[in-house]
Design a protein around this ligand. Structure first.
Ligand code: DHB
Length: 376
């Protein structure tokens, strides 16, 4: 949707195919932390009005361990860079609204989407909509269809290399109409497992707990969730926690995954279609946005100046940043979660790493510059 909007503003037309209904898409709760680069891109796309009015600028975050909270001064450590707390679902709402307003074509409930002739000069897409068979002739196809989409699987397996790490745990997330426990996010490492206190607004909180990967939301009654969250936070923070009924509850699996290359002929993979990060650090949406940045510029150069260098280099350029974000998300996950399978030595090393982090400005700066977003 973002790529489509950006291209439209440069006079390049596109059709967006969505497998689900708009209602389904708008019902999903995803992460809520935007890097400055993502905010800038949304502004260029002309969809940052509400984000600028309602988004919460965060200049720091807390990491809690051993019963204490330690503040990381993101702005102070990075020369004034910040992040914006604004839900991914709201970004999607703003994009739907903008595409509709500008007369963009977004087809929902597109079935049996199939990509053809990717390696040739004239690829096309076929799909079914409301029982009718349809065909789109394309110059290029952007595979922005997520981990389970058909784009990546349309690339021959002899071409694709995959790199993967699956974690034995997931996150159970709860959204509740309660005031956030703290004005900034708290990432908590505790012997019972990781916990995260986040928010969507001053009256809407988002909390997460590390849980076994196979847990179902039904196993987590609201009461059990609040009790467990309180136990994983420093005592004074737990005492400030305002519990309330959940308005959404879901379990997110944890995985690190990259497929290479991101280009096959005239197909370009973007976002989760090519790579997954575990949620720690909220890089998923931001990484999709940086892919969009590279592909958008490459396509505009091609159409405006007949220059295909950006398209030729898309995979290499985007992957260089993808791997740095993969590293950071993996590292944040390793730093803060319990890995019971790795034993007491690893536990002590983890504790030492947290201790070191808050005794070294260099270590804090490294975390901060990755968290606010590496340059494009
Ligand atoms: C949120 C999610 C994250 O993965 C994270 O690191 C921070 C915040 C969120 O949903 O608010």
């Amino acid at each position: 949707m973002l790529l489509s909007q950006l291209l439209h503003l440069q006079g390049v037309e596109s059709v967006v195919l969505e497998r689900r209904t708009k209602t389904h898409v708008m019902g999903r709760i995803r992460a809520g932390v935007l890097e400055q680069g993502t905010v800038d891109l949304l502004r260029e796309a002309g969809v940052a009005g509400r984000l600028e009015a309602e988004g919460l600028i965060h200049e720091g975050l807390d990491i809690a361990f051993a019963g204490r909270r330690h503040r990381l001064d993101l702005a102070g450590l990075t020369g004034g860079r910040t992040v914006t707390v604004y839900g991914q679902t709201e970004v999607t709402r703003d994009l739907f609204e903008a595409r509709e307003r500008l007369g963009g074509t977004v087809v929902d409930c597109a079935e049996d989407v199939t990509l053809h002739d990717l390696a040739g000069d004239a690829p096309h897409v076929t799909y079914r909509h409301a029982g009718e068979h349809r065909r789109i002739n394309c110059d290029f196809i952007a595979g922005c269809d997520g981990f389970h989409g058909i784009s990546r699987s349309s690339i021959p397996s002899s071409v694709l290399r995959e790199f993967e790490q699956v974690y034995a745990f997931g996150w159970i997330g709860v959204l509740s109409r309660t005031p956030p426990v703290s004005p900034e996010l708290i990432y908590a490492s505790h012997e019972r497992g990781f916990a995260l206190c986040s928010m969507r607004s001053p009256t809407l909180s988002r909390y997460y707990l590390q849980c076994p990967a196979q847990d179902l939301p039904e196993q987590w009654t609201d009461e059990r969730f609040w009790e467990e969250l309180k136990r994983r936070l420093p005592e004074a923070t737990g005492d400030d926690l305002v519990a309330g009924p959940s308005v959404e509850k879901s379990v997110a699996p944890m995985r690190s995954y990259v497929a290479e290359p991101l280009r096959y002929g005239r197909l370009f993979l973007v976002g989760d279609a090519a790579h997954i990060v575990p949620p720690t650090g909220a890089k998923g949406l931001n990484l999709a946005a940086s892919d969009v940045h590279y592909l958008w510029h490459a396509l505009v150069d091609y159409y405006r100046r007949n220059d295909d260098a950006g398209l030729q280099n898309y995979s290499e350029n985007a992957l260089a940043r993808v791997w740095k974000c993969e590293r950071f998300s993996w590292w944040m996950t390793s730093l803060l979660h319990r890995f019971p399978e790795t034993g007491p030595f690893r536990e002590r090393v983890q504790r030492a790493e947290l201790d070191y982090l808050f005794s070294s400005r260099a270590a804090m700066t490294s975390l901060a510059e990755n968290y606010v977003g590496l340059p494009y």
